[in-house]
Design a protein around this ligand. Structure first.
Ligand code: ZN
Length: 708
């Protein structure tokens, strides 16, 4: 978890607004704008070395102009509306805009700077307006409606019928049925939302970089393992500080501090900084912004005739309604909370045994959990890390894909990159056929947002006899190499790497006609199936042994350690589940509001958390002011998706366990029925074709230890 798929197209659709922000005049560009010519690097990959900040705005502008002309050609067509001259033509439009948007929005996540952020603020409302110009174009909608009205007589393929249905629905959901006055209001809301959601994300990045715990006394490092101390010294050196140690709010820096620092007051200080990002009443405060976002979403849902924003979002998902989401969350919450309370008692017991005369607080949980894990299972992250060298884990993921589908991954050094940390792989079938390109970008830096995600520079399609293959990017914020030690991952980071790799496979193995229906363009609560199922292989004892090798000796991980990983699998699951479910409830609460009234963000969050009885020792995984998934990332009323997809992935992985881990038939069926299919059919229909039935919840309950 803590992983997202960002689809900027989805962002543009959901966003929107109204500031009178002037578009800065484009800086003079000497050389040719690379977005305006064909890309000649291998596989037509983006020529990053030629793309300068000054190229984006003119390219966005030209992309919007071009699509406008394409739309005009559709609406002015004297021929009667047909599937080809309206639906297909519309799907095909905007190629230049997609080309620039895919590069730009990948880089504002992975490698941004002040100038990129300025461009993003300028372009967000323009894109929202442009999208609305299309969705609210009455002449265009008339044609779409006309084709839709004839749908049964057109002899369409299943995929074409699906594209027609989705296109029609997108117009309705995009406000096409509103009267003129309401259309104007709708536009204003969308534009306003585009600016606010962009600002929200920008503020979180600023806050992530805004705080550093600087230590200059050795005694303040008590409890920290050598590798953590070295990492902190290196972070200090990078900031020009010698003989000091710096801890930041980036997870690979602060989580080990929470786990190992014996200095309770310092843990508290860093933890409080972590949970107060966006809540410091400074220029980057997100409380008013998120409250405005939530209120605007109420207004928008109301205009479109939905009871709440969640109703609007969920009708497109497998869950269908807020009640559908609640049903799953409620099934899990009480057993998870009961387990977390038991865990809290155990941790308190440990504190008491050690003679600590204080009550367990959130900044103690990680620390004592780590100690308890060591005591109970003789296991800690530091013992495991030498076996999880980043390159070995990555090759382990590649190897799983090879065993399942015969895929090969060949590093290419002749393909342009946007940062030296990036590595580029060509993906091929067993017979050498080109599949696509995978970029990996695994290390944190100030120019990158937190977390891990997968994204595309180009989505698969097959139009006019030409197959366009995917260019996919996997991003992480994993432990950095330190001096002569390579990047060594925690086991959780290894699972995250496999997770994002699963998203990449979903895009790479897509075999669809239309880009709009291809790859990971699927419902939010279905998209995490392909990613989370890969975590099962990452953690399987047989598979671990194949890729977890000591970085110095090359020795495979000893059986005893593999057993310990397996035995400790249920450890701290109450905490992890509660922390996650609490965030899912918080998301649903923000998005089932029925009154477009701005809220006191903190009071609202407190009320939401006390309603479910969250215990004070656990803080919701994302507090509202830095809950990027839902306020800037396209997961609004969708954070539950991870656990929804976990029902699917636990049930789907059973299909492999019932046969064998790499059963060729099951693998082929998963590829053909799920990975290749994108959004060309209802998610449940795809799933049933793979599994032969609807998913069962029991494998998930068992995995989390809620039932035996
Ligand atoms: Zn994911």
């Amino acid at each position: 978890m803590k992983k997202t798929v960002i689809l900027w197209a989805a962002l543009v659709l959901m966003t929107s607004f109204c500031t009178k922000k002037e578009t800065p005049p484009p800086a003079p560009v000497q050389e040719e704008n690379p977005f305006f010519s064909a890309w000649t690097a291998p596989f037509e990959t983006p020529p990053f070395e030629k793309i300068k900040e000054a190229h984006y705005l003119p390219a966005f502008q030209a992309g919007m102009d071009q699509q406008k002309k394409e739309i005009e050609a559709i609406t002015n067509d004297s021929a009667a509306p047909s599937f080809a001259n309206t639906i297909e033509a519309l799907e095909k439009s905007g190629a230049l805009l997609t080309k620039v948007g895919n590069v730009f929005f990948n880089l504002t996540s992975a490698n941004t700077n002040d100038e990129m952020q300025k461009i993003e603020s300028a372009v967000a409302p323009l894109l929202a307006r442009h999208q609305d110009d299309i969705n609210l174009n009455a002449k265009l909608f008339e044609r779409v409606k006309a084709v839709s009205g004839e749908k049964d007589k057109l002899g369409l393929t299943a995929e074409q019928a699906r594209l027609l249905e989705k296109t029609y629905k997108n117009f309705v959901r995009g406000g096409a049925n509103l009267d003129e006055a309401k259309k104007a209001e709708f536009r204003k809301i969308n534009e306003e939302l585009s600016v606010l959601t962009q600002k929200f994300g920008e503020n979180v990045l600023k806050e992530d970089n805004n705080f550093a715990l600087v230590l200059d006394k050795k005694e303040d490092l008590a409890g920290l393992p050598d590798s953590v101390v070295q990492g902190a010294a290196e972070a200090a050196r990078k900031r020009g500080m010698d003989a000091k140690w710096v801890f930041t709010l980036h997870k690979p820096s602060c989580i080990p501090f929470f786990q190992y620092s014996a200095r309770r007051e310092l843990r508290e200080k860093l933890f409080k900084a972590f949970i107060n990002r966006g809540n410091n009443n400074n220029a980057f405060d997100n409380k008013a912004i998120l409250s405005k976002i939530a209120a605007l979403r109420v207004k928008k849902a109301d205009l479109l005739g939905y009871k709440t924003h969640a109703d609007f979002v969920l009708e497109e998902n497998m869950a269908k309604t807020p009640a559908g989401v609640d049903k799953l969350l409620d099934q899990l919450w009480m057993p998870a909370l009961a387990m977390a309370k038991k865990e809290a008692q155990e941790l308190q017991g440990l504190i008491n045994t050690e003679g600590g005369s204080f009550k367990l607080e959130p900044w103690d949980w990680w620390y004592y959990a780590e100690k308890l894990k060591k005591a109970k299972y003789d296991l800690d992250d530091q013992i495991l890390k030498p076996y999880f060298k980043l390159e070995n884990v990555r090759d382990g993921a590649f190897d799983v894909a090879k065993k399942l589908w015969g895929l090969q991954f060949v590093e290419r050094t002749d393909i342009p990159k946007y940062h030296p940390d990036v590595k580029v792989f060509e993906v091929k079938e067993a017979d050498g056929t080109h599949v696509g390109i995978l970029y990996t970008d695994y290390f944190p830096r100030p120019s990158k947002r937190g977390g891990a995600w997968s994204n595309t520079f180009r989505t698969q399609s097959a139009r006019g006899g030409r197959k366009v293959t995917s260019l996919v990017s996997n991003n992480g914020n994993f432990s950095l190499p330190v001096s002569d030690t390579p990047s060594l991952l925690t086991f959780e980071e290894a699972q995250t790497l496999f997770h994002e790799f699963g998203h990449a496979l979903h895009d790479l193995l897509s075999n669809c006609t239309y880009e709009a229906l291809a790859g990971t363009n699927v419902p939010r609560d279905f998209v995490e199936l392909a990613s989370q199922i890969m975590e099962n292989w990452a953690g399987d004892p047989e598979v671990i042994k194949t890729y977890a090798k000591h970085y110095q000796t090359g020795e495979p991980i000893p059986q005893a350690l593999v057993d310990k990983i397996k035995n400790s699998g249920l450890f701290n699951q109450g905490f992890a589940t509660v922390e996650y479910l609490a965030a899912s409830y918080l998301d649903m609460d923000w998005h089932t509001l029925t009154e477009a009234k701005e809220q006191d963000a903190l009071a609202f969050e407190n009320a939401a958390m006390s309603k479910i009885g969250l215990i004070p020792e656990i803080v919701v995984r994302y507090r509202s002011p830095y809950f990027q998934h839902i306020f800037s990332g396209g997961y609004s009323a969708g954070y539950y998706s991870y656990i929804w997809s976990e029902v699917l992935d636990a049930d789907a992985f059973e299909a492999f366990k019932e046969t064998s881990l790499f059963d060729p038939q099951t693998a082929l069926s998963f590829r053909q029925n799920i990975l290749a299919k994108g959004d060309t059919d209802e998610a449940m229909a795809l799933y049933k074709r793979f599994r032969g039935r609807e998913p069962k919840v029991e494998p998930l309950l068992k995995r989390r230890g809620f039932i035996k």
